[in-house]
Design a protein. Structure first.
Length: 263
């Protein structure tokens, strides 16, 4: 029997940006402003993320949103002023959790894709992470950082490129690393997940327990805006780095999606 051939973009992949949380640690600021729209270095945080995606060569972003999603959509629009193409996947009347939000967005994401948290600010180049995922031979990959409980509780035990255990609720002394905030996944992982509402942590734990979760160790620490302290730290690092000027669609061509034939 001949194999069915499918074409898939080798680079760049689509990325799902998780921006649907209630941001309870930022109350009262987040009562009328979604976390992604918090002002950081003079503009909504999501603007910094979108430019970072574009500067890393990404082209297509799917924003998974819920709480006050209209503010994000009104600001980011179709993504053209950032040199991107943006689509939206809405939670609906009730939050789906990070896992449920990704599963709901699968029709927009394709067979393999990246996932990033909407409150993360990272410095690690994206393309090597994608290449590591494609070469790992596993259905998912998590970026990790050797944290040793310095900035948050370490929740990952990884060895030789494979995550042996992930547990953010019951960490063990063997865990020296932490989830960095960027991951890659095949859609089949979530296509048959039973619950409608669930957290990605459940997925990572299940994959790790069966040896199906690859690890990519980041070299630089992560920043986040999920708390007031994190918000201040992230703003300081963005200002210090002097992020590039805003991209204009007229002067910045979209990158070409390269394709390969897969069996």
């Amino acid at each position: 029997m001949s194999a069915r051939l499918r074409t898939e973009a080798a680079w760049p992949p689509r990325l799902a940006l998780l921006a649907g949380g209630m941001a309870t640690r930022l109350h009262p600021l987040s009562l009328d402003t979604p976390k992604s729209m918090m002002r950081v270095a003079g503009e909504p945080f999501i603007a910094h993320q979108l430019r970072w995606f574009r500067n890393n060569g990404l082209r297509e972003i799917v924003i998974c949103c819920g709480h006050l999603c209209c503010q994000i959509q009104n600001f980011a629009g179709d993504g053209s002023r950032f040199g991107l193409h943006i689509q939206y996947s809405h939670d609906g009347e009730s939050p789906l959790g990070t896992g449920g939000a990704i599963r709901a967005a699968l029709p927009l994401l394709g067979r393999r894709f990246l996932i990033m948290y909407g409150d993360s600010w990272l410095a690690e180049p994206i393309e090597p992470i994608w290449r590591a995922f494609r070469n790992a031979g596993k259905p998912a990959l998590m970026t990790v950082f050797r944290n040793d409980n310095r900035w948050a509780t370490s929740n990952v035990d990884q060895h030789n490129g494979t995550i042996r255990r992930y547990d953010k609720h019951s960490p063990s002394p063997a865990m020296h690393s932490i989830d960095y905030g960027l991951s890659a996944m095949e859609s089949d992982v979530l296509a048959h997940w039973q619950s409608r509402t669930f957290d990605l942590a459940e997925v990572w734990s299940t994959l790790a327990a069966s040896g199906r979760l690859a690890a990519y160790e980041a070299r630089s620490r992560f920043y986040e805006i999920g708390s007031l302290t994190g918000l201040r730290e992230t703003e300081a690092i963005i200002v210090a780095a002097q992020t590039p000027p805003r991209l204009q669609p007229a002067s910045v061509p979209l990158p070409t999606r390269t394709h390969e034939v897969l069996e």
